[in-house]
Design a protein around this ligand. Structure first.
Ligand code: ASP
Length: 380
C-alpha cells in the first residue's frame, strides 16, 4: 500500500515536473535538431516586401557573397539598392520627407564577428546611401553613432557627395499632405477654393493614417554567409512627414537591429517608437539564445508588446530573425486579412537562399486596426 502510494505520488510529481520542463525540453530538442541539420547558408532574410525592389535587393546581397564578399559586404550592398531606388518611398533617395519637406535618414549596420561591432547614423541629410556611412562609423571611428550635421560632415570627409534626395513624386505627396493639414490654415490644394476644403477624416485620410500606423516598410536585412558569419543592416526615411529631428528604431542597436554570431540576428520594421520601447531585436536574439526558434522568438516579443498594451496595441511592427543554422522566421503585431482565404497572415518577408528568392508569409498576431480605431487615434 505504502509503496504503491509512494509510487503513485512519485509518478504524479514526475509528470508535473516533466510538464513544467516541457517547454524547455522542447527548446533544447529544437536546438539539437537544428544543430544536426546541415546549415542553410548562405541565407538572406529581409523585411522588405515591395515587389519592384525586393529581388534586386537580395540579388545584390547574394552577388556580393558570390564575389567573395563577407556577410557585412552583402548586407551593405543589398541595402544600398533599396536606398538608391526612387520607387522605394520608405528608404533613401525618393523617400517621403519630414514635415518640413526634406529627408532625414537613419541607418545602422552590425557585424556578428569582431565582438559584434556596429555603426549607425541618424537624421543624416543629403546622402543617398546612409548605411555605407554607418559602416564607416563602425570601421573608421571608435564611436557607434553619429547624428545630423556631425554625420554629414563625417560623410563628406569620406567623399560622399551631397544631393537633393527629394523626388518630384515625394514632393507632390508631401505638398498634398501639407495642403490638407488643417482646414483653417492658409494653404490651398490645386482644386480647393477658400471655404471649400476637403473635410478631414475622409477615406483618403484614413488610408493615410493606416499607412502611417501599419504599412511602414523601411528595410531591415539579415545575412548568414557561407562561413557562418552573420551581419545585418537597416535604412529608413523614418515615418513620413515626421517631426524634424525625430529618430526611429532603425539606427538604434538592439531596437531595429541586433546581431550575434553565436546565436543569430533580428531586425524590425514598423512603428519605430514602439520598437525602441521594447528593445525588440535584442529581445528576439536573447530568446533565441534561450533556445527558441527564430519564429518562436519573434512571436514571443510581439506577444509581449501586445500584453504591455492590454491586448489593444494601436500600432504595428514586424520582426524578422535568422539563427546561425539558417533557420528563420517573421511575426508582426498586426497581420492582414487575406482577401481570398480570409486567413490572418503576417505582412510577409522576403527570403533568398539556395532554393531561390521568394516571398514568405510571417505570422500576424492581431487583425489590422479598424477604421473606427484609426479615426480615434491622435489626428495629425
Ligand atoms: N521603423 C521605421 C521608423 O520608425 C519606419 C519603417 O519601418 O518604415 O523609423
Amino acid at each position: 500500500m505504502t509503496s504503491s502510494r509512494f509510487t503513485r505520488r512519485r509518478l504524479v510529481s514526475a509528470i508535473a515536473g516533466a510538464g513544467a520542463a516541457l517547454p524547455f525540453l522542447g527548446r533544447v530538442a529544437f536546438a539539437r535538431q537544428a544543430a544536426a541539420r546541415a546549415p542553410n547558408r548562405p541565407l538572406i532574410v529581409t523585411s522588405k516586401t515591395f515587389a519592384q525592389v525586393r529581388e534586386k535587393i537580395t540579388g545584390a546581397g547574394m552577388a556580393a557573397l558570390q564575389n567573395g564578399g563577407s556577410a557585412l559586404d552583402a548586407a551593405e550592398k543589398a541595402v544600398n539598392v533599396s536606398e538608391s531606388d526612387p520607387l522605394d518611398t520608405t528608404v533613401g533617395y525618393g523617400g517621403d520627407p519630414n514635415e518640413e519637406g526634406f529627408l532625414q535618414l537613419d541607418a545602422s549596420i552590425m557585424s556578428g564577428r569582431d565582438g559584434c561591432a556596429s555603426g549607425a547614423v541618424a537624421a543624416l541629410e543629403n546622402i543617398r546611401t546612409p548605411v555605407s556611412v554607418a559602416r564607416l562609423v563602425m570601421e573608421r571611428t571608435d564611436h557607434s553613432m553619429l547624428v545630423g550635421k556631425g554625420a554629414l560632415k563625417f560623410a563628406r570627409m569620406h567623399g560622399f557627395k551631397e544631393e537633393d534626395l527629394l523626388t518630384d513624386q515625394a514632393r507632390d505627396h508631401w505638398r498634398e499632405w501639407k495642403e490638407n493639414l488643417n482646414p483653417r490654415d492658409y494653404y490651398f490644394g490645386p482644386k480647393d477654393r477658400p471655404g471649400a476644403r476637403p473635410a478631414p477624416r475622409t477615406p483618403g485620410d484614413l488610408e493615410d493614417l493606416r499607412r502611417r500606423f501599419e504599412d511602414l516598410d523601411s528595410i531591415t536585412l539579415l545575412v548568414l554567409d557561407g562561413h557562418g558569419d552573420i551581419a545585418g543592416a537597416t535604412s529608413t526615411v523614418g515615418h513620413h512627414f515626421k517631426i524634424v529631428g525625430r529618430v526611429g528604431d532603425s539606427p538604434i542597436i538592439g531596437a531595429g537591429l541586433y546581431v550575434d554570431n553565436a546565436v543569430g540576428a533580428a531586425g524590425a520594421t514598423g512603428h519605430g517608437d514602439e520598437i525602441i520601447r521594447h528593445c525588440a531585436s535584442f529581445h528576439v536574439v536573447e530568446k533565441m539564445r534561450d533556445g527558441l526558434s527564430p519564429q518562436q522568438a519573434c512571436e514571443f516579443v510581439c506577444r509581449r508588446a501586445i500584453e504591455r498594451h492590454d491586448g489593444r496595441p494601436m500600432f504595428n511592427f514586424k520582426l524578422v530573425a535568422l539563427d546561425r543554422h539558417g533557420d528563420y522566421g517573421c511575426c508582426s503585431v498586426r497581420g492582414r486579412v487575406d482577401a481570398a482565404t480570409k486567413a490572418l497572415t503576417g505582412q510577409g518577408f522576403f527570403v533568398h537562399d539556395a532554393a531561390g528568392a521568394r516571398l514568405e508569409e510571417g505570422r500576424g498576431l492581431l487583425p489590422p486596426l479598424t477604421d473606427e480605431e484609426l479615426a480615434a487615434l491622435p489626428w495629425r
